[in-house]
Design a protein around this ligand. Structure first.
Ligand code: 13P
Ligand code: SF4
Length: 318
């Protein structure tokens, strides 16, 4: 079936029909485009998306997010077909930790447990004892005895934050997300001066000085949850701007102000958007359901090893 119309609503209708025919479920991250979020069966943070992938009865999972999220779906549901609108939708944070480099690092640090952020490849997860997300990192780390020696990677900012709130001294990988590293204290202070009554929310991938001046720090879902239950009406948001769509939909009476990025960035675009997440377009989503492709696969030995560290996370974060 080829969609000849150009309007988004017709494409969304065609997508829903194909989902019904194929018993497919669309999972979308909060950073995807509004029209993708609006057609998805489920929208969530990395933790919630992993839980959905593990629980779904669908035959086909279409992951609108980035590649590591689709790999997580395949790792947890190996018998399902996992599709993505664009195979090239990667993640700078996952790219900052190659499995071969981590393997060498582990060899140099015998006796350490390896804790990896979910923003990693399947090969890295296969080398990992337990995975964390921004939504459960503290809870998972608290599971270990206080004197446990831990390698934490690849997000340096998240690792530093967890060290600071747990009093641990985990060995940190020096990786990061190019979008969250762009947020500066100066830009937030300027907004705070303009909106003195506003609550500032920042994702745990932001730099330490940004987290230090934020009132609320957490995952995307933590921020959304906070905004929904808060009596406050204005929020300064330091994360990828895609989440503002859900915030605005779920709290129509409240005001959300995205933090602009630093203007000094030289790599990629100069905005607070993740170009990888934005590679998920409605046209590519429709095409992928029409063609049952591109499909994400993970070789079985890697999948089986990686699955242990993700299942442990799901167990420990109950
Ligand atoms: P969340 O798990 O908070 O949604 O974060 C995922 C991510 O990629 C943040 O950049
Ligand atoms: Fe990766 Fe950053 Fe994009 Fe999240 S926002 S998917 S960490 S590049």
């Amino acid at each position: 079936m080829v969609c000849k119309t150009n309007d988004i609503a017709s494409k969304q209708k065609a997508i829903r029909e194909l989902c019904k025919q194929k018993n497919a479920v669309i999972l979308a991250h909060y950073y995807t485009r509004p029209e993708i979020q609006d057609v998805a069966d489920f929208i969530g943070d990395s933790l919630a998306l992993a839980r959905q992938a593990a629980d779904t009865n669908a035959d086909v999972i279409v992951m609108c997010g980035v590649h590591f999220m689709a790999e997580t779906c395949k790792i947890l549901s190996p018998d399902k077909i996992v599709l993505v609108p664009d195979l090239e939708a990667g993640c700078s944070l996952a790219d900052s930790c190659k499995a071969e480099d981590l393997k060498d690092f582990i060899k140099e640090h015998e006796g350490y447990k390896v804790v990896s952020y979910v923003n990693t490849t399947a090969a890295v997860k296969a080398l990992t004892d337990v995975v964390v997300t921004s939504g459960n990192a503290k809870k998972i780390i608290d599971h270990f005895p206080a004197d446990e020696k831990i390698i934490f990677g690849p997000d340096y900012n998240l690792g530093s934050y967890i060290n600071s709130v747990t009093g641990r001294n985990m060995l940190l990988w020096h990786g990061g997300c190019h979008v969250h590293q762009r947020f500066s204290v100066e830009a937030i202070v300027e907004l705070k001066e303009k909106y003195p009554e506003a609550i500032t929310m920042a994702h745990l991938e932001c730099k330490a000085p940004v987290l230090a001046i934020a009132d609320v720090k957490g995952s995307t879902a933590d921020m959304l949850r906070y905004a929904k239950q808060s009596d406050c009406s204005t929020f300064i948001v330091a994360t990828e701007a895609g989440i503002l769509h859900q915030m605005q939909q779920q709290c129509p009476e409240k005001t959300f102000i995205p933090v602009p990025p630093e203007a000094t960035e030289t790599i990629g675009c100069h905005c607070n958007e993740c170009e990888y997440m934005k590679m998920n377009t409605i046209d590519k989503l429709l095409l992928c359901l029409q063609n049952n492709a591109p499909e994400v696969t993970v070789d079985e030995p890697t999948r089986a090893e990686a699955a242990k560290s993700i299942w442990k996370m799901l167990e420990w974060s109950k």
